[in-house]
Design a protein around this ligand. Structure first.
Ligand code: NDP
Length: 311
């Protein structure tokens, strides 16, 4: 079994991971970063990022991540493709096994594995995976030009995805379980102001149908306290935008998490309960989940790693 010793291992390549790599590289920690399943992280599935400071005209998500990667490489970060599959934080150096079988022994570990899109849990979501079901409008929206799609969710992600899809599709239904949207006002205005988007409040998707792909969704509409109406809505695409699950499973035997799986850190810091192990970005942040807050916590984690190594 191949092993390798490193001072600072960073797992994940979103804004938290790359920012940690920039800081750790500049601090001479020779960081090794494993990019994970989705190199560049969730922002690579976004179109415009309008709220990252420093870009008055906005910047494309993939472009921003590419710039962060280059900036990390400029300071010597060793960026690799690969996914962490197991962790042993029982004693230092901490061991993390990668999907190629290699074991990286690290004095410090920065966990920046982010979060992944949630699904409703319907069997039909699996049945029609890649055949009309998607959790990423910017990845798959292209296939639905001039067609009819549904988006599930009432938060900022759902509104953003619906607005994006409205630029391609002929019609977008937004399926919202509550009688209101949770999204920010500006996102709501975009949705309500778009003639192609129809919001279906108090609706739940309970199944999908279709011969060789999604042809429609089975809906349940709430009608007051005890009544409901069931009906089928023809759609060609079914997009999930109902939030995310932190990618923390392999660390759970060693670190404390909340009930959803977010890694618990000392308040206001990326320190976990194990000295030398830090958690940054969405994997430890149920509250803000922004690129800029992830980047900030990646910075903090690298500074903490440097201080820890100095003893
Ligand atoms: P949120 O948790 O904010 O919203 C999830 C939405 O999905 C809610 O409307 C929720 O309904 C609904 N939902 C959850 N589970 C189900 C279910 N089983 N069935 C039906 N509906 C369900 O997640 P988002 O991904 O939208 O946003 C996460 C964070 O990222 C937020 O802080 C958001 O502000 C931020 N964000 C910001 C953006 C921007 O500023 N450009 C873009 C995207 C995200 P309910 O309300 O009933 O719980």
């Amino acid at each position: 079994m191949e092993t390798e010793q490193v001072k600072c291992l960073i797992i994940g390549s979103g804004p938290a991971g790359y920012t940690a790599a920039i800081y750790a590289g500049r601090a001479n920690l020779s960081p090794v970063l494993y990019a994970g399943l989705q190199p560049g992280g969730q922002l690579t599935t976004t179109t415009e990022v309008e709220n990252f400071p420093g870009y008055p005209a906005g910047i494309g998500g993939p472009e921003l991540m590419e710039d962060l990667r280059k900036q990390a490489e400029r300071f010597g970060a060793d960026i690799r493709y690969g996914v962490a599959t197991a962790a042993d934080f029982g004693s230092s150096p901490y061991k993390v096994t990668m999907d190629d079988g290699k074991v990286v022994e690290a004095k410090t570990v920065i966990i920046a594995t982010g979060a992944a899109a949630k699904y409703l849990g319907l069997d039909d979501e699996k049945k029609y995976a890649g055949m009309g079901v998607s959790a990423c409008a910017t990845c798959d929206g292209f296939f639905y030009r001039n067609r009819v799609v549904a988006v599930v969710g009432g938060g900022d992600t759902a509104c953003e995805e619906a607005s994006y899809l409205a630029g391609l599709a002929s019609k977008v239904y937004l399926i919202v379980r509550k009688p209101y949207l949770r999204a920010s006002k500006v996102m709501q205005q975009r949705v309500f102001g778009n003639p192609k988007i129809e919001v279906l409040f108090e609706h739940n998707a309970v199944g999908l149908y279709g011969e060789n792909g999604v042809e429609g969704v089975h809906l349940v509409k709430r009608l007051g306290e005890a009544d409901e109406q069931r009906y089928d809505l023809p759609v060609d695409g079914f997009f999930l935008a109902i939030g995310h699950k932190p990618n923390s499973d392999i660390f759970k035997p060693w670190l404390e998490t909340d009930e959803v799986g977010y890694i618990l850190t000392e308040p206001g810091t990326p320190r976990t309960r194990i000295p030398g192990i830090f958690a940054a970005g969405d994997v430890a942040d149920p509250h803000y989940r922004q690129a800029i807050t992830a980047a900030a916590s990646g910075c903090m984690a690298a500074i903490e790693a440097e201080r820890y190594l100095l003893g």
